[in-house]
Write a protein that binds this ligand. Structure first.
Ligand SMILES: C[S@@+](CC[C@H](N)C(=O)[O-])C[C@H]1O[C@@H](n2cnc3c(N)ncnc32)[C@H](O)[C@@H]1O
Length: 391
C-alpha cells in the first residue's frame, strides 16, 4: 500500500491546487492529533488521503474505502500533498512513475458499481459463479465469442490468475467481478441470461446459510434467465445435491432435471480430483420457462429535507442497527471545519457490507465522494439512516 512516512505533518488552507491535484477539505478525527482525512480530486476522481499519527510515526497513505484506481493517482496525490504543504518525507515506498500502460490490459476486471450503473445488455450474458481456476470460464468464452461471460469469484488469487489468462489469450468477452454471487443477481436485468454455471460450489455442510444455491438465489435466477435459459449446478457433494433437489422442488413455473456422472467438454481441477477418487458427480439443471417483469427497486440516496441537528451524529455513533435486510453502523465520526461533520458508515447486507462516508454541512447531509452501490440492502440502510439522522 503506497504511503509516506513524514517528519512532520503540515495542514493546507483549503481548497487549494497543487499542480493538477486539488485538495478540497480536511475531516479531522475526533481527537485531532490522531489524524485526518484529506479530500482530494485528481484526473476526475475524488478520494481521501489519510493522515495518521500513532505517536511514533506520522503516515500519509490511502483510504481503503475511497482508494482510486489506477494506483498512480494515489501516488501522485500523496507526493503532491507533501510537496505543497511542506511536510518533509522521511521515507516512502512511493515513486513518481507515470501511469503503467500495462495495467490498462486488465480491463476485464469490473466493479459492482459498473454493473449497478449500466448493466451491459447488448448480447446474451452467461454467468459463472465461483470460477476457481477459470478453466471452464475461459473455455466457454473462447467457444462462444458472441456471448458476454461474467465471472464471479471471491478468492483474489483465482481472480488474478483469470485476469492474466484473459490478457495472454487476448479474450475480450469476459468480465470479472470480485463479488458475492448470492448478492449479484439483484443487479442483473430480467430475461437476459442464457446460462448460470454453478460448478462445484463450496458445500458449507456446517454453515448451510452460506451456500450459493438457496430459495432466494433460485428465484432471482428464474427472473434473470431468459425463456429456455438454464441454471446448471454440478457437484460431487451428496449433501449439496440433496439440498439442491429440495430447493429446486419447491413449486414454481420452471422445471429441472437431474443427471449423474455426465461428461462435459471441459473438466475443472476439482472435477479431475473427484474423478480420480471415483466419486459420483451430479448435475441438476434448472430450465426457465417464464418471462419475468423488471424488478422495481425504488428509492434513491438523497436525504430528506429538514435541518439536521448538531448532535445527530453523536446520537448515532453508539449502536449497530440490525434489521432482517442487513444492518447500519457508524464506524467513526469526524469534524469538518468549524461546524461540519462527517461519518464513516458500514452498512448493507451482512454478507457483503459496504463502507461509505456521509458529509453533513449546514444542516444537510450527502454521501461523499460517491453514492453507495444501489442494492436493496443499501437502500434500506439509507432509509433507516435518513430517519435516524433527522431524529
Ligand atoms: C470448490 S471451488 C470450485 C471452483 C470451480 N468452479 C471448479 O469447478 O473448479 C468453489 C469456488 O467458489 C468460490 N466461491 C465461494 N463462495 C462464493 C460466493 N458466494 N460468490 C462467488 N464465489 C464464491 C470460491 O472462492 C471457490 O473458488
Amino acid at each position: 500500500m503506497p504511503h509516506l512516512n513524514l517528519e512532520s505533518f503540515h495542514p493546507l488552507t483549503f481548497p487549494t491546487h497543487c499542480g493538477e491535484v486539488e485538495f478540497l477539505f480536511q475531516a479531522n478525527y475526533k481527537n485531532r492529533d490522531e489524524g485526518a482525512l484529506i479530500a482530494t480530486r485528481y484526473k476526475g476522481k475524488e478520494f481521501f488521503l489519510v493522515y495518521k499519527n500513532n505517536g511514533i510515526k506520522k503516515l500519509l497513505k490511502s483510504d481503503k474505502v475511497t482508494r482510486p484506481s489506477p494506483n498512480f493517482l494515489l501516488k501522485h496525490a500523496l507526493l503532491a500533498y507533501a510537496e505543497c504543504s511542506g511536510s518533509p518525507i522521511l521515507d516512502s515506498n512511493v515513486d513518481n512513475a507515470p501511469e503503467n500502460a500495462h495495467l490498462k490490459t486488465y480491463d476485464a476486471l469490473k466493479s459492482i458499481q459498473f454493473f449497478a450503473d449500466n448493466f451491459p445488455k447488448e448480447r446474451e450474458v452467461r454467468i459463472e459463479v465461483g470460477f476457481g481456476s477459470a478453466r471452464h470460464l475461459l473455455h466457454q468464452a473462447l467457444a462462444n465469442p458472441d456471448v458476454l461471460f461474467i465471472g464471479l469469484e471471491i478468492h483474489k488469487p483465482s481472480i488474478e490468475q483469470a485476469l492474466k489468462q484473459i490478457v495472454i489469450q487476448n479474450i475480450t468477452n469476459i468480465m470479472i467481478l470480485d463479488y458475492d454471487a448470492r448478492l449479484f443477481l439483484e443487479f442483473v436485468p430480467s430475461n437476459i441470461v442464457g446460462k448460470i454455471y454453478v460448478h462445484f460450489p463450496v458445500p458449507w455442510d456446517k454453515k448451510p446459510h452460506r451456500r450459493v444455491i438457496s430459495e432466494a438465489f433460485l428465484k432471482e435466477s428464474e427472473r434473470v434467465l431468459r425463456v429456455g435459459g438454464t441454471l446448471e449446478l454440478r457437484t460431487d457433494s451428496e449433501n449439496y445435491y440433496r439440498f439442491a433437489l429440495e430447493t429446486f422442488s419447491s413449486p414454481r413455473q420452471s422445471r429441472f432435471e437431474v443427471r449423474k456422472n455426465q461428461e462435459i467438454a471441459i473438466v475443472s481441477k476439482y472435477e479431475d480430483r473427484w474423478k480420480k477418487q471415483e466419486k459420483n458427480i451430479y448435475d441438476v439443471t434448472f430450465t426457465c420457462d417464464t418471462e419475468s417483469p423488471e424488478p422495481d427497486m425504488i428509492g434513491n440516496f438523497t436525504f430528506s429535507e429538514g435541518k439536521i441537528g448538531a448532535h445527530a451524529v453523536d446520537r448515532l455513533s453508539k449502536e449497530t442497527y440490525k434489521r432482517e435486510w442487513g444492518f447500519m453502523h457508524v464506524e467513526r465520526t469526524f469534524s469538518v471545519g468549524e461546524k461540519g461533520s462527517m461519518i464513516r458508515l458500514a452498512m448493507g447486507s451482512f454478507d457483503r457490507p459496504e463502507s461509505t462516508y456521509v458529509l453533513i454541512e449546514n444542516g444537510t447531509a450527502r454521501y461523499y465522494p460517491s453514492l453507495p452501490v444501489r442494492s436493496s440492502a443499501n437502500l434500506n440502510a439509507h432509509i433507516l439512516l435518513d430517519e435516524l439522522i433527522h431524529g
